[in-house]
Design a protein around this ligand. Structure first.
Ligand SMILES: Nc1ncnc2c1ncn2[C@@H]1O[C@H](COP(=O)(O)OP(=O)(O)OP(=O)(O)O)[C@@H](O)[C@H]1O
Ligand SMILES: [Mg+2]
Length: 224
């Protein structure tokens, strides 16, 4: 089993949106996936109740001491990919999720205050010695100068030290499909499979499979 932890101290950074969209696209790719909702707000869990029990399962896990136990059980049960959604302003839970991670994703709006606060998660990735990528969320579709500046701040330049984490080459831009789909207990690849948001999520998944070796195949044939 591989574990992706989605961590950002900033509220509303897009953690849950990223977790749910990745989980659904992973499942469509034939991966047995479980989402671990470690946020007392339980947004991911709420979403699963709107789906009427449809896969992927969302495991409610509000206690940092329970997280490793529940992850171990999931691995025993044959889960290929665990995706951990974390709360904002988290300390102990963020550390536990980082510890469990094979890869950390740090969702972040391409805006100054948000990037500044992503620094905390970047430091957590460094201190936990985990590979981590910032995933830009909710930014404009076309803003080449903004994105080039953001990349410099995150990855650094010859003149400026970066945050010590990399920037994912795919972003999920500001699109209504992201919030409309969640409200219906879906994600963008289900809500509008041929839409631009779905294209972004598929591209993100395809890129992810090149940076982390995710076992596929347990659910083959169940997704038609
Ligand atoms: N790419 C996007 N385009 C449009 N809306 C988005 C996008 N990403 C996230 N949102 C919206 O931003 C809001 C916050 O997203 P989300 O709940 O995923 O953030 P979060 O980091 O999980 O928040 P919290 O810290 O409260 O757990 C939601 O209303 C969501 O629909
Ligand atoms: Mg959330």
């Amino acid at each position: 089993m591989r574990t992706i932890s989605i961590i950002s101290q900033k509220g509303g950074a897009g953690k849950t949106t990223l977790a749910l969209n990745l989980a659904v696209v992973a499942r469509s790719a034939g991966c047995s996936v479980a989402i671990f909702d470690t946020d007392p707000q339980a947004s991911a869990y709420q979403w699963s109740t709107w789906r009427d029990g449809d896969e992927p399962p969302v495991i409610d896990c509000g206690s940092p001491t329970l997280l490793p136990v529940k992850l171990k059980q999931a691995a025993k049960d044959g889960v290929d990919l665990a995706i951990i959604d974390t709360p904002p302003h988290a300390d102990i839970m963020a550390r536990e999720a980082a510890k469990a991670a094979d890869l950390m994703l740090i969702p972040c709006k391409p805006q100054a205050f948000d990037i500044a606060s992503a620094q905390t998660s970047a430091e957590l990735a460094r201190s936990s010695r985990k590979d981590a990528f910032v995933v830009l969320m909710g930014g404009p579709q076309r803003a080449a100068v903004v994105y080039s500046d953001v990349a410099d701040v995150i990855e650094g330049t010859d003149e400026m030290e970066g945050m010590g984490v990399a920037l994912a080459p795919v972003m999920l831009t500001q699109r209504a499909a992201y919030h409309h789909s969640i409200a219906q207990g879906q994600t963008v690849t289900e809500f509008e499979p041929d839409g631009k948001a779905a294209e972004e999520v598929n591209n993100l998944w395809n890129w992810l499979t090149t940076v982390i070796d995710i076992p596929l195949g347990h659910t083959k044939g169940e997704n038609a």
